[in-house]
Design a protein around this ligand. Sequence first.
Ligand code: ARG
Ligand code: ZN
Length: 877
Amino acid sequence: MSIAETDAQIINPNMPDVPPTAPSKINLKDYKKTSFDVETVNLDIKLFEEYAQVNSTLEMLRQTEGDLVLFGEELELLTIQMNGHQLDKEDYQQEAGTLTIANAPDEVTLDIQVRICPQTNTALEGLYMAGSGDDTMFVTQCEPEGFRKITFYPDRPDVLAIFTTRLEADKRYATLLANGNLVEAGDVVDEPNRHYAIWHDPTNKPSYLFACVVADLDVLTDSYTTSEGREVTLELYAKSADIDKCDVGMQALKDAMEWDEVNYGRAYDLDRYMIVAVSQFNMGAMENKGLNIFNTACVLSSPETTTDARSFSVKAIIAHEYFHNWTGNRITCRDWFQLCLKEGFTVYRDQSFSADQQSSAVQRIDDVATLRAHQFSEDAGPLAHPVRPESFVEINNFYTTTVYEKGAEIVRMIANTLGLDDFRKGTDEYFRRYDGQAVTVEDFLSALSITDNKIENFIDWYRQPGTPVVSGHQSYDSTAQTLTITLSQQTRHVSGFDAPKPLPIPVATALFDKNSGGIVAERMLLLDQATQTFVFENITSEPVVSLLRDFSAPVQLNYDYQDEDLAFLLKYETNGFNRWQVTQMLVNRILLQGQSSKSSPDIYLQALSQALPVLASDDAMLAARLLDIPSAQELASAIQKDYDPELVKMQRESLYQQVADTFKDQWSELYKQLPIDAYEDSAEARGKRALRNVILDMALTADVNDAAEWAEQQYNHASCMTERFGALKAMVNHQVANADNYLQDFYQRFQADDLVIDLWFSVQASANNVSVDVIESLLMHEDFDWNTPNRVRSVVGAFSAQPTVLWTQDGLDMYTGVIKKLDDANPVLASRLLQVLARWNTLVEPRRQMAHDSLLDLQKNVTSKHVMESLDSVLNA
Ligand code: ARG
Ligand code: ZN
């Protein structure tokens, strides 16, 4: 940002002088309706060089007894009028974050004038300036509580109103956008350099869905006709240099619109749908009504600059934000405790959409791998919280994998329990009953229960933190020809919550005949007690049992398997997901040796050698995934005590080395079967590229002759970023002789493209042999920018996935130094980075003590409620 801090003081000389109070805890059980509802909002936002003036008119109606309460933060209040009369300081009460008017009449018109300073807003919440120098733009992020940084307002999701927005700015900002439909635009009288636009949004919406953009952007335009016959104009806005990277996103938008019509009967409801790409954004994207705002990393895509994985996630995020139009916007959350109501359901919807765009097995593998790596570790540590939390200090801290991904798993279990037809009946009922309202998880479950199937006991999944562990064993009775499976569940007692109770856990089960490999019985077992037995009749010989197929519940499975059973299942399981799951179980048993079992890698390697060649030609993407070794983070999540990052790293690497060596003679052959073809964006082509990169890395690991040369060839002849970056990454990780030259070449080729330079930073920050010195020099690089979260994450985020270096004195000093630095400027980002340190308490000494000291020291040096809340929880481990 170009404006120095001193300017902020000049512009805001008299920020409200209110005493700071300790941030208080907000509790779900204290929910109360507001005393006043807002009918209409008229906003007039005038942007000037150094500040913005915001005038608002709110028409409000009393709905219950009580004071009229508005929220406001970082606002300079100029005037406030009620029903035409100027209010004086005695007429209202201003405390940290609120403005209260007692004894207001039942019908109120408020006219409020404030000044704000988007130019110095580095927190990226409310209205802020992105970019620097001549290349700036103004955008908003209001979810969850950013609107109160734009004007005084009852900024809560259960207050729905009709918004009209007038924007005014210098004409060099040619693009003036807000929610809804454009009603008027033109020049400002007597000010030849300024223009304005007026937008009106006909839908009732909460303030967190408000958005506006003041910028100078190009636009890609398209259209879509809905199943209801509405012609919708689709617009994707980006900087002119990026406008050629918008086609993938535009196509995804059209695909998502159609998908929601076909699968949920939901059509779009306005005449215009806009998406704006912004380079400085805290999260992925935001579903503002009719005006989505996206992190550039989550919307721009081109084969030359974007890896397949990234491009695929662009499509998923476009779909996610689009799906929010019904699950989130038309039906919204009563309060922020219900965040999972919109996020869990919408993630489930975007996962289902993505599963239709590639092999559904691979989709499930990716979703489960993410869940296990991130959500399971969150649930295992001091930041564990229910999918619907019961209290918070700062709601931004609860945009977590638990709310999103575990929330999606609950919806998936419900959908599978009901069956897809009844689930659809239930969602139809949900939309019918609650359209236009702000509702709760209970409302959602009650609508889904309209068919005979009752799923209301799934509410406990929303209330109880911790990952259930399902253990079990089987016994076969050859005389009675019955197989009895005994399953039991156990969830750790997370402090501060009630003692855990049994949850309804659907366990998809199949019995495989040991001789033929065929399935002899298939059933969905519902484990809803602490321990239960399930009997299968007419089973003529002892079968191998496959459990939790398709990961039918978000639990840890601990079944009494022999390694041979797992090898058998790897061979005979019928779908790709289940085969992957079996390899993961085998790998976990090998890697977590000493913990429980004594598995040797032989059976795993043997099973792989049968599966791999077949798969490599059948389903390359699945073959690539079968070679996955769980991340250090996922493995660590299963360790409660004396976690030694060096040991885990060594074990992972040694297993990886064994796999690489076992197939040493085959890599060359397999690699050559996957020549570089002209770029194509199909599931098959993506699979081949993924497998080629895995094989390249394996070959380098096994020291195959010429492998370094393959890498250079692949880099030089790449048809797309997946190939080029895959080669670069392999060269850097294996410290191939020319690696530095290629790093330099990569930098020069893509210097002008921020998102590719993010890759350049991240490949170095996540290199196998990274050191704190390397990270520090990246932080000093002229292209490093503390005000761009993508850039910070490309270095600091990448580094945080390196436990062996992170958990050292130097690593911790550096990392907590970054958090201190960001604490004030961007507390949302700072708090997220901090959450990575949550599991310090499981470390082996002396690392544990070192980490504890660093965290205590950090506590003395931070002030944001975001970081303080996270730190309190983390230190409470
Ligand atoms: N609702 C957005 C999404 O999931 C996320 C916005 C979160 N923003 C934040 N500052 N916490 O699509
Ligand atoms: Zn979302």
